[in-house]
Design a protein around this ligand. Structure first.
Ligand code: ATP
Ligand code: MG
Length: 454
């Protein structure tokens, strides 16, 4: 399918939303669960005579008994008015103009209610030919703001004035039915912002909800619209999809809807019907281990994940180069790395510092088999050794055979004491010299030739 098949919709269709106010005694959201900083912002806005609501994921996750990642605030104060109320305020964003209230590392995002677009207001709002919103700075009322939000469960507003929750689109019912449902006409809403397709998947997995039928129906057909999204935004989204603790399941659901294939065509060309190509096995391992690390509260590195996702596609190219150009393995991997990464960053803008690490991890794979003499000891000193080794272990699981043996060797080597390490390396020297493990513990050190000897 090509993009021209996707007829831009002629008109924006706004649904009639029916407001349902859930009073304080009818919901479980208490102020104790809201961060102190978010409360400060809400109260200050309210105190200055503005409307102030907690909205989005903060309300949604609290209603569902979860722990929100962050707290977003919506208000009828304009960005300028917000700035005048808070010393620690920064205005950001072009597509959406927003205020960030900074409390050290904690940031509370404050957005002014968005309104509907007027025909002739190109300065403030603009839409592409495909119906995509390019700029969106028309301010409006809370009702209008609610209609502009993506899913019903994301359009619930906690009112600091009386602690009630304003449910504009039937979010509470959908929460009870565990449904991710777009507000309004799904196709129109996806065309306005194709990233909503990714968000539907993300929330379905994270909340363990189903995607409501009409919300799900157009996704596969519209998936190619993701090609029009800037690479920087897709990078951010792909991290949210794959590195928020549910990466494995999210990838599989994205794949079902043909979304993963749009983001990573380089990888998808190695997909198989049985889900068992080396590329796919590696994806499963890498995403699963990322999920586990997040669960254990360990640090995660996007470079490691992308390195794993792209390793076998890169190696396929490297093998081709060895054939067609007679490259040695090192040159082939270098050249293939360049080609693959150039291709990927066009769609997903992986920052340079991460692509540098990806290359390092890949190059280490060529060095880890070479362990004789002082090499093994030196490799262990390298900054990226641990990442390189963890990577090798995953490859061992995928490939078995020599790669698995090599990973096991390194595992033993790392945990061994000094003498044992030396013996392991010596054994290798024996193996390479005779093809069999050496029976001697160690050859006597060769005497250096004296310069003056004739
Ligand atoms: P989480 O932060 O847990 O990932 P969230 O729902 O808070 O989930 P954010 O990206 O923080 O997601 O956005 C906050 C709110 O802004 C959303 O709940 C939704 O109401 C609105 N929103 C965000 N992105 C979009 C979008 N692409 N289209 C429409 N509304 C959006
Ligand atoms: Mg949020």
């Amino acid at each position: 399918m090509n993009n021209n098949d996707l007829e831009p919709s002629k008109q924006r269709v706004y649904p009639e939303l029916a407001l349902n106010i859930i009073t304080r005694q009818d919901h479980n959201v208490s102020r104790e669960q809201i961060s102190e900083n978010a409360l400060k912002v809400l109260y200050r806005l309210h105190g200055a005579g503005f409307e102030a609501y907690l909205v989005g994921g903060g309300v949604r996750d609290l209603l569902l008994g979860g722990k929100p990642k962050d707290f977003d605030v919506a208000t009828n104060a304009t960005p300028e008015q917000i700035r005048q109320l808070f010393r620690n305020c920064r205005l950001i964003g072009r597509r959406f103009r927003l205020a960030h209230i900074m409390f050290g590392r904690d940031i509370i995002e404050v957005a002014t209610f968005r309104g509907h677009h007027q025909e002739n207001n190109k300065q403030l709002a603009s839409q592409s030919e495909a119906g995509m919103l390019l700029r969106d700075n028309v301010y409006g009322t809370i009702d209008e703001d609610a209609e502009r939000r993506d899913f019903t469960i994301n359009a619930m507003y906690y009112n600091i004035a009386d602690y009630s929750i304003h449910d504009y689109a039937g979010g509470r019912e959908d929460m009870e039915d565990k449904l991710v449902r777009l507000i309004g006409d799904p196709e129109t809403r996806y065309r306005e912002d194709p990233v909503r397709m990714l968000r539907a998947i993300r929330f379905a997995v994270k909340l363990d909800f189903d995607i409501e039928e009409e919300t799900a129906a157009p996704i596969e057909h519209l998936a190619p619209l993701l090609r029009d999204i800037p690479a920087a935004r897709l990078y951010e989204e792909s991290l949210k999809m794959l590195q928020s603790g549910y990466g494995l399941e999210t990838y599989h659901l994205m794949r079902e809807y043909d979304l993963f294939q749009q983001l990573f065509p380089t990888i998808a060309q190695y997909f198989s019907e049985e889900y068992d190509s080396q590329t796919e096995l590696m994806l499963d391992l890498a995403l699963d281990s990322t999920d586990q690390r997040i669960e254990e509260g360990k640090r995660i590195n996007p470079a490691f994940m992308f390195a794993a996702m792209l390793w076998y596609p890169m190696m396929e190219q490297a093998k081709e180069l060895m054939h067609s150009h007679n490259f040695n393995d090192y040159d082939a991997v270098m050249e293939a790395s360049n080609r693959i990464l150039d291709e990927v960053v066009k769609r997903i803008a992986i920052p340079r510092r991460h692509t540098a690490t990806i290359r390092e991890i890949w190059q280490l794979q060529l060095r880890l088999p070479r362990r004789t003499g002082k090499r093994a000891f030196r490799l262990m000193e390298l900054n990226k050794f641990r990442a390189g080794f963890d990577f090798l272990e995953m490859r061992g699981e995928v490939e078995g055979g020599e790669t698995k043996q090599l990973a096991d060797w390194w595992e033993t080597f790392q945990t061994a004491g000094r003498n044992m390490r030396q013996a392991m390396v010596t054994d290798l020297d024996g193996t390479t010299a005779t093809g069999k493990p050496s029976s001697r513990r160690r050859r006597s050190p060769r005497k250096k030739k004296s310069k003056t000897s004739s």
